[in-house]
Design a binder for this molecule. Structure first.
Ligand code: EPU
Length: 418
C-alpha cells in the first residue's frame, strides 16, 4: 500500500503536461480484440488500470509489448480465449468493455458480472439489453455472464440512459455486425469520439460519434491501426482544483477547452481565471473561491468524476452551495473524510450542502476510489498542517506520477510505500 503526505503552504507555479485519458485508453485496448495482428497505441497512461486491462488481454492470449513509455503494442492472434475472470473484473469494472468486441469476433464471451462498488449499485442491464438487440443471447450463472451469438445484425437501438461504457460496448459490437446499427441516446464523451476515431482507422464506418446518435455501417473485417490516446480531462480538472486550493498560477498543457466547457464555466464562477494558451489553459487563482451550486450530468454536463474535486474546493469557498449527484447515488463516501478534515458538509440523498470554512485541518484520511483519493490529496493543499492520504493505490489506478507532477508545480507532497 502507498500513501501520500501533503504539507500545505506553497502556492503553485509552473506547467504540467496531461497524461493520456484513462477512460479512453482502456477502451482502445479492448478494441484491439477486433483485429488480427499488431496495433500500436501511444500516450497510454502508465497507471494500474492499464496494467489490469493488459493482464486481461494477455490472459486471453493477446501479446502486449512496449518500446517506449506510453507505447503499447497489442498483437491479437487468430484464436483468443473469450474469458474475463472474476479476479480481474473485480479489480476493474471497465473490464466489461471486452464483451462487445468478444461477441463481434468470437461469437461468445464469458465475463464475470461486475459487483457493486463504492458508488453503490452499478448494473450493466443497458449493455446486455443493447447487445441482445443486436442478436446476442445472454445467460447468467455462477456470477458469470455467458453470451453467445451468430454474426450480430445491425439495428436501431435506443439506450435507456447515455451510459459511457454501454455505448463503448455497442459501438465495438456494431462495427462488425451485418448492416446498419443506429445508437440513439448514445453517450457523447470525447473518449467515445476517440474510440470511434481508432475504429475508423481500423476500417470501421461510423458517423456521429460524440453526438447522441451514432450510425455504424457494419464491415466484414477490420485491420490493425496506430493511434494516440486523447488527454485526460479529469486529470486536468484535478490540477485546476489544486490551483484553486493552493493558490498560484499554472499552465495545463494538452487541455481541449471545448471538452471541459461546463467545468471551466463553473470554476470561473468560483473565481478562478482560466485563459487559453497555445497548447492548453492557464489557471490563475486570486484569493478565496466563491460558492456556486453544481449538478452532475452526463457529458457535456459537469462530469461526476469532477465532483469530489468540486466539493473539496467548495469546502473552503466563501458562502454555501448545493451539489447534486445525478449519476451515482453512492458517490459521497469521501465526504466523511473531508469532514474529518474540518469541512462543513451535510448530505441528504443525492445532495450535499457545503458551507465553506476558512481552512481545512490536516488529518489522516483514506481514499475510497480514484477520484476521491485525488480530491483528498488536493484538499491537503488547503489545510493548516500535514495531511496523510492512505489508500494511495486507488490513486495509482488513474493517475500517472501524481505526486511528482504536483511537486513539479510547487506542492510539498511525497508518496511513501508502506
Ligand atoms: N447504468 C445503468 N445500467 C447500465 C449502465 C449504467 O443503470 O447498464 C447507470 C449507472 O448506474 C449510472 C449511470 O447509468 O447511474 C451512468 O453510468 P455509466 O454507465 O455512464 O458509467 P460507466 O460507463 O460505468 C464511465 C467511467 C466512469 C465515469 C462514468 C460517468 C469508464 C471506464 N468509466 O463509467 O469513470 O464516472 O462513466 O461518466 O469509462 C473514473 O474514471 O474514475 C470513473 C469512475
Amino acid at each position: 500500500m502507498s500513501k501520500f503526505i501533503i504539507k500545505p503552504g506553497n502556492s503553485l507555479k509552473g506547467s504540467v503536461e496531461l497524461q493520456g485519458a484513462k477512460n479512453s485508453a482502456l477502451k482502445l485496448m479492448a478494441a484491439c480484440i477486433l483485429v488480427r495482428g499488431k496495433s500500436d497505441l501511444y500516450d497510454v497512461p502508465q497507471i494500474t488500470d492499464v496494467e489490469i486491462m493488459s493482464d486481461l488481454l494477455e490472459s486471453m492470449g493477446i501479446s502486449m509489448t512496449t518500446n517506449a513509455p506510453g507505447h503499447l503494442g497489442i498483437d491479437t492472434p487468430a484464436h483468443i480465449t473469450p474469458y474475463a475472470p472474476y479476479e480481474l473484473v473485480e479489480k476493474m469494472r471497465a473490464s466489461v468493455v471486452v464483451l462487445g468486441p468478444l461477441l463481434a469476433t468470437q461469437g461468445r464471451a464469458r465475463v464475470s458480472l461486475p459487483g457493486g462498488d463504492d458508488f453503490g449499485h452499478r448494473p450493466i442491464d443497458i449493455h446486455i439489453r443493447a447487445l441482445s438487440e443486436l442478436g446476442a443471447d445472454f445467460q447468467t450463472s455462477h456470477g458469470y455472464i455467458e453470451a453467445s451469438c451468430k454474426r450480430l445484425v445491425g439495428k436501431r437501438i435506443v439506450l435507456d440512459f447515455p451510459s459511457h461504457t454501454a455505448t463503448d460496448n455497442v459501438l465495438m459490437a456494431a462495427v462488425l455486425a451485418k448492416g446498419e446499427t443506429v445508437i440513439e441516446n448514445a453517450a457523447r464523451e470525447p473518449e467515445i469520439q476517440d474510440l470511434a476515431d481508432f475504429l475508423i482507422k481500423m476500417g470501421a464506418k461510423i458517423d456521429g460519434a460524440g453526438t447522441s446518435r451514432i450510425v455504424v455501417q457494419g464491415v466484414d473485417t477490420l485491420r490493425p491501426a496506430s493511434h494516440s490516446v486523447i488527454r485526460d480531462r479529469v486529470e486536468a480538472a484535478t490540477f485546476i482544483a489544486a490551483a484553486g486550493l493552493a493558490g498560484g498560477e499554472i499552465e495545463i498543457c494538452g487541455v481541449r477547452r471545448e471538452y471541459m466547457d461546463m467545468l471551466l464555466e463553473k470554476v470561473s464562477q468560483m473565481g478562478l481565471v482560466v485563459e487559453s494558451i497555445e497548447n492548453g489553459i492557464r489557471v490563475v487563482s486570486n484569493g478565496r473561491l466563491r460558492s456556486v451550486d453544481v449538478a452532475t450530468l452526463p457529458y457535456p454536463g459537469v462530469a461526476t468524476d469532477y465532483k469530489p474535486l468540486i466539493v473539496t474546493m467548495l469546502s473552503v469557498a466563501d458562502g454555501a452551495a448545493i451539489v447534486s449527484e445525478n449519476l451515482f447515488a453512492g458517490r459521497f463516501r469521501y465526504v466523511d473524510e473531508l469532514r474529518r478534515m474540518g469541512a462543513d458538509i451535510r448530505t441528504q440523498g443525492h445532495h450535499a450542502l457545503i458551507r465553506g470554512v476558512d481552512k481545512l485541518s490536516g488529518a489522516q484520511v483514506r481514499a475510497s476510489d480514484i477520484r476521491a483519493g485525488a480530491a483528498l490529496v488536493v484538499a491537503g493543499l488547503a489545510a493548516d498542517s500535514a495531511t496523510t492520504v492512505l489508500g494511495g493505490d486507488h490513486i495509482d489506478r488513474g493517475y500517472e506520477k501524481f505526486a511528482q507532477k504536483l511537486s513539479f508545480i510547487g506542492a510539498d507532497i511525497e508518496r511513501v510505500e508502506e
